[in-house]
Design a protein around this ligand. Structure first.
Ligand code: ADP
Ligand code: MG
Length: 829
């Protein structure tokens, strides 16, 4: 056999500082041929020389140029993976870590024992592993165990342009680890890979890298993509618009794969179902016998589960949950939208007037459409399907979330349909609690999406919005770290003994206010040691930003939830409250627990149906809310009741549907309960917890404790009803005041406390709609306590503190004792 191209290159050129090692790789001729077409192959020599001569190298190249699949192979061939260290690559998304490890193993013709992956829940790393793909959260966790990352010779940070918070933190940490390794004579290389050229935050940042790292640009081979904007004003129903557009493309335009960008998993499934219904794809139409048509099977399963009267009780298998104390993936908790299946318009608008489709010739509309979903949480074997050629005589249509934007390259896509939206996590500036919202994406990512159409031949991108709207998009999305509260990151960093977070070399630092707010909250939660109150105010302020972690903080850092919820877990050992606290925390962290009813009905019949269902759901919520003292747990009792009832009924889609619960949320809660239980058990082996899906309702004492436990995490989220004598305006009759906001807030109509209007409530978050609502599900009642406000003290803050201490003092003797007793007993191992 002929030596490979790189082998030839190496024979003629010897990099100066590194002996010419060459580890042969036995690639198949087809793979070899495909590789040689990748633009990055032409740059191998330049890249390897830069890596050999510099500790840190940046590589920029368009999506599809070969960065992720080829750079690890270059390094492997150059001998960077040896007995004393391997090659590690981080990805912000699980789906990329898994599928890229498969792809590279295949290209190198080796098993998964050699090219492996590790994500939060699973992995296939072995002693033989030489190349390891992982999520950035996994590597961050490894740094906590081995700060110098001695088992790696090279770390590649992939998709750095996404600027996910963990990527940013990793780059900051690695900027310190690399020189330390150099000093120890165990040098390590850091390679940062980005799909855009916007890398100044890494190169022009003396604090991060005092010596400017070389940035190598790989020229992409890209075919022209014609962009068609919608001329109509943007539609709200972009799901329906996507459906119509795909139908038109499929009916009218010549062969070529279609890639649709939507914002979330539920939308992806909904569109897949609609498309499969519109263009049925039967098994016998293809020769691909192994292709058991999943869509048909799925539908059948779905129908079956709807019909079946009784289902066996599902079991939670604790061994299947792994523990990882970092909450590494947003997708996990992703909000999902209601499926809009019933809104299918069979009389599609085929008017091609203004969307650029008229250029196409009429093609054979009987051609089956091979529809595949693609999103982060999809099982890996299903994800892999998008890379295989579609069955003969079909057209491939991939319906994807953002994952297809840069991390994955799907072959033979000619048409891109871009809804223009993205689901993003937003954080309330005041309360700091997050929510998922669908917004317009940025120009940079819209262009990335369009680029997906021109990989193999000239393509077309259909944007479901006008060019005027596009020009209003932000140019780039700002790095995540500047958009969100950082208390979870700060806690993780303090757990790494980085005390002066203000000095940390962030690629883009968070705002100082955000850092200060995080530090303050963590001190209030007891996760950081109280600063010594000496010196002037300014010094105190600085001291505040460098408080060391407390033992409670170490416990909290090991739970895979935000610090507020970690605090609740850490306090829950008394009175067997842990299983309930775990359930409450899981339910609070999973978004959209209840199904949304306030959607517009499509027909009169549906209006009636919705009305009936709503009445039933309201009744069920009232039942779950309990009687007497149980009511004081408010919406949390509803959650406990709903989870309990659902598990007793076997957690079936049918039960959820009938009671207005979101089936997927209930499954997610179950998974989180398992995971949190494992986490608690590993911190506190004597807790010996196990998850009984069918949890008994709490006792009255437990309810009292649970209220305090939740208050301990949300002590600053207290609202007090505006009193008659304070009332300036009738419209604020039912309003509440909070210490954090000037404007009055209201209890959400969906809350069980909506009519009760207790004097004091604690809330999870405030959502701004027409009026400020306290998010429905987590307001709850506290006993009113008479207090005299001392002069000059913020009465609400004072009140919160008083309540917190008063309540717990009553039960336990002292708040401090409560703090000390539970987490410290848990820690003593
Ligand atoms: P980059 O990281 O620069 O975006 P990649 O290394 O991911 O590029 O991809 C390089 C090429 O490899 C792509 O053009 C794609 O066609 C091909 N490729 C990647 N993954 C697969 C796969 N699983 N199956 C077939 N081809 C793949
Ligand atoms: Mg890549």
């Amino acid at each position: 056999a002929l030596p490979s191209m790189p082998a030839l290159q190496k024979a003629f050129h010897k990099p100066s500082s590194k002996p010419a090692v060459f580890i042969p790789v036995d690639r198949s001729p087809e793979i070899q041929e495909a590789r040689l077409k990748l633009p990055i192959l032409a740059e191998e020599q330049v890249i390897m020389e830069a890596i050999n001569e510099n500790p840190v190298v940046i590589i920029c190249g368009e999506t599809g140029s070969g960065k992720t699949t080829q750079v690890p192979q270059f390094l492997y061939e150059a001998g960077y993976a040896s007995s004393d260290g391997i090659i590690g690559i981080t990805e912000p998304r699980r789906v990329a870590a898994v599928s890229m490890s498969h792809r590279v193993a295949k290209e190198m013709n080796v098993s998964h024992r050699v090219v492996s992956y590790q994500i939060r829940y699973e992995g296939n790393v072995t002693d033989e592993t030489k190349i390891k793909f992982m999520t950035d959260g996994v590597l961050l966790k490894e740094i906590q165990k081995d700060f110098l990352l001695l088992k790696y010779k090279v770390i590649i940070i992939d998709e750095a342009h996404e600027r996910s918070v963990y990527t940013d933190i990793l780059i900051g940490l690695l900027s310190r680890i690399v020189p330390l390794r150099g000093k120890k004579e165990q040098p390590m290389k850091l390679i940062i890979m980005s799909a855009t050229l916007r890398v100044e935050d890494f190169t022009d940042n003396k604090k991060l890298f005092p010596a400017v790292p070389p940035a190598i640009q790989v020229d992409a081979r890209q075919f022209p993509v014609t962009v068609h904007f919608n001329k109509r004003t943007p539609v709200d129903d972009y799901n329906g618009e996507c459906f119509r557009k795909v139908c038109k493309i499929h009916r009218m335009l010549p062969a070529g794969g279609i890639l649709v960008f939507l914002t979330g998993q539920a939308e992806v499934h909904s569109l897949c179902r609609r498309l499969r219904k519109a263009f049925p794809f039967r098994k016998n139409e293809t020769e691909g016998g192994e292709e058991k048509e999943e869509s048909v099977e799925e539908t059948r399963k779905f129908k079956k589960s709807k019909q079946k009267k009784t289902m066996p009780l599902p079991k939670i298998d604790l061994n299947s949950y792994s523990v990882l104390p970092v909450d590494e993936g947003d997708e996990d908790r992703e909000a999902e939208m209601d499926d809009d299946e019933d809104a299918v318009g069979s009389d599609m608008d085929l008017d091609l007037g203004d969307d650029g489709l008229e250029e196409g010739k009429k093609s054979d509309s009987s051609l089956p459409l091979y529809v595949l979903p693609l999103y982060s949480l999809l099982a890996p074997e299903k994800q892999a399907k998008v890379f295989r050629p579609p069955p003969l005589g079909t057209r491939l249509c991939v319906v994807a979330t953002n994952v297809a934007e840069t991390s994955l390259t799907i072959p033979s896509i000619k048409y891109v349909v871009d809804c223009g939206k993205v689901k993003k996590r937003f954080y309330d500036k005041v309360t700091g609690v997050s929510s998922f919202r669908v917004t317009w994406t940025s120009q940079a990512s819209a262009n990335q999406r369009a680029g997906r159409a021109g990989r193999t031949e000239p393509g077309h991108c259909y944007r479901l919005y006008s060019s005027a709207v596009f020009s209003d998009f932000e140019k780039f999305s700002p790095p995540e770290i500047t958009r969100r509260p950082v208390e979870d990151l700060i806690l993780q960093m303090k757990a790494l003994n980085i005390e002066k977070v203000i000095n940390f070399p962030f690629p883009t630092p968070p705002r100082t206010e955000a850092l200060a707010a995080a530090e303050e909250l963590l001190i209030a939660l007891g996760a950081l040691k109280e600063p010594l109150k000496t010196g002037r105010l300014k010094e105190l302020q600085i001291a505040k930003l460098s408080s060391p972690i407390s033992p409670l903080g170490i416990t909290m850092a090991s739970f895979p939830v935000a610090p507020r919820y970690a605090k609740m877990l850490a306090l829950s050992k008394q009175h067997d409250c842990l299983p309930y606290a775990i359930t409450i925390v899981s339910a609070m962290t999973v978004r959209e627990f209840f199904e949304e009813f306030e959607r517009p009905a499509v027909s009169e019949e549906e209006t009636e149906k919705l009305k009936g269902k709503k009445a039933r759901v309201i009744q069920m919520r009232r039942i779950w809310a309990g009687q007497g003292p149980f009511q004081k747990l408010g919406d949390l009792m509803v959650m406990l009741g709903a989870v309990g009832a659902c598990e007793y009924a076997g957690c079936t889609p049918k039960f959820c549907e009938a009671n207005g619960l979101r089936y997927k949320a209930m499954l997610e809660i179950r998974r989180l309960r398992g995971q949190l239980t494992t986490a608690v058990n590993s911190v506190c082996p004597d807790a010996g917890l196990f998850v009984d899906p069918k949890m008994k309702p709490p006792t009255e004492t437990q309810v009292t404790y649970l209220r305090q436990i939740v208050l301990a995490g949300l002590g600053d989220h207290i609202a007090r009803r505006i009193q008659a004598e304070e009332l300036l305006d009738e419209k604020w009759k039912n309003a509440y005041k909070t210490p954090l906001l000037d404007d009055p807030v209201f209890i959400h109509p969906n809350s069980v406390l909506f009519k009760q209007l207790p004097e004091f409530v604690v809330y999870q978050e405030i959502v701004e709609t027409t009026q400020m609502y306290m998010k429905d599900r987590v307001g709850w009642q506290l006993p009113a306590v008479e207090v005299d406000y001392p002069e000059g003290i913020d009465r609400y803050k004072y009140f919160a503190k008083f309540l917190l201490e008063g309540e717990i003092i009553k039960q336990l003797g002292s708040y401090k004792r409560c703090l000390l007793s539970s987490p410290l007993t848990m820690l003593k191992t």
